[in-house]
Design a protein around this ligand. Sequence first.
Ligand code: ES4
Ligand code: ZN
Length: 327
Amino acid sequence: DHLPALLAAIPKAELHIHIEGSLEPEMIFALAQRNGVHLPYDSIEALRSAYAFTDLQSFLDIYYAGASVLLHEQDFYDMALAYLQRAARDNVVRAEIFFDPQTHTARGVAMETVVRGLRRACVDAHAQWGISAALILSFLRHLSEEEAFETLEQALPFLGEFIGVGLDSSELGHPPEKFARVFARCRELGLHVVAHAGEEGPPAYVWAALDVLGAERIDHGVRAVQDALLMQRLARERIPLTVCPLSNVKLRVFPDLARHSLPQLLQAGLAATINSDDPAYFGGYINDNFTQTFAALPQLDARDAWQLAHNSFAASFAPEADKRAWQ
Ligand code: ES4
Ligand code: ZN
């Protein structure tokens, strides 16, 4: 069967990756040592064995603890460069990378430290491996809209350094409406707008992400299959969904890959893409997501693979000339 080799070799864009979720346990321990940060785990193995998630919140608690080792510009640079090198190996030619500034500014790390380190990695990765990379600032939805506005204020000096904003963290109880005004301001500033919706939350959160926030893409969105009218709209308007199959199984959105909604999404003509979300925590980078998903769902074939890769470029915020060249 040649499908796994094809899936690995196809050039693709990764549109849903949290850079803090690319921190491998080895790098968490190395940075903890370098920065003198105490970790509540005795070893790399002890940390890895804590990666037994039952839902989104149980993951987020460990993910935020892991990010506590990031203090200096060089830490953010090392993390992002390692991800981009690994992504280039998977034939990712374009990466649009989420970062969570509030996770760091809350610990006294300056916005400038975060953005400078991540941007320098994007520039160097492009020079070394030809990969095109851009940043998306993501607001934490479990925090207040006022805190999101403060974060936007801190990011204004760096408007040229990121291409858009997103919304992540604990979904249930934190609907898109909570951030209507800050997202309106972001749109006025000319930023692209995306939002996590329909991961653990209901289809109503996907509607609100589109109608209240003006989201151009929906991150996850896999619960849209529960709403036929929503499916029609997503298909008609070609609104991309950045799907993360291994994440969805680890966080129990689906019991296993064989019962993932991706085939239904593609069948309905939606612009779905495959992404890794938090590869260090969910057991695989983007090609692992492709190969394991296709192995579990035999109805997916080579044409679906080309469609998914095509969708990833069509959905990207890269310059149109680049998108044409990649497609
Ligand atoms: C996330 Cl899987 C997921 N969902 C929501 N927020 C997140 N932040 C990092 N990974
Ligand atoms: Zn995500």
